[in-house]
Write a protein that binds this ligand. Structure first.
Ligand code: FES
Length: 104
C-alpha cells in the first residue's frame, strides 16, 4: 500500500479542508470531519474548481464555483450540476500524522 505522510493532524481543525499537492499526481483534498478524516481528489468533476476552497456542510463538500455537492465519505455527486463521483482515498492517523493511501 503506497502510504504517504501528509501533515500533522493537529494542524487541521474540525470542519476544515486542506489541499495537498503530491508529486506527479492530481492534488487531493483532505477533510477533517468530527473525529473522522477523509480525502478525495481536489478538482471538482464539473469544472476547474478546487474543492479545498469550498465549504463543508455536514457530510458534503460544496463546490465554490457552481455550488454542486459531493458526499465527502463516498465521493458520490449529491447535487447538480455535479454528476460524476470524486475519487476517494483511505486516510488514517499514525503517530499524530495524517497519512493517505494514494492508490485509493
Ligand atoms: S466546477 Fe464544481 S460545481 Fe461546477
Amino acid at each position: 500500500m503506497p502510504a504517504v505522510e501528509l501533515f500533522l493532524a493537529a494542524e487541521l481543525e474540525v470542519g476544515e479542508i486542506r489541499r495537498v499537492e503530491l508529486a506527479g499526481r492530481t492534488d487531493i483534498a483532505v477533510y477533517h470531519l468530527d473525529g473522522e478524516w477523509f480525502a478525495t481528489d481536489d478538482l471538482c468533476t464539473h469544472g476547474e474548481a478546487s474543492l479545498a476552497d469550498g465549504e463543508v456542510d455536514g457530510d458534503e463538500i460544496v463546490c465554490p464555483f457552481h455550488l454542486g455537492r459531493f458526499n465527502i465519505r463516498s465521493g458520490e455527486a449529491s447535487m447538480s450540476p455535479c454528476a460524476v463521483a470524486l475519487k476517494t482515498y483511505l486516510v488514517w492517523i499514525e503517530r499524530g500524522i495524517v497519512c493517505v493511501d494514494i492508490d485509493g
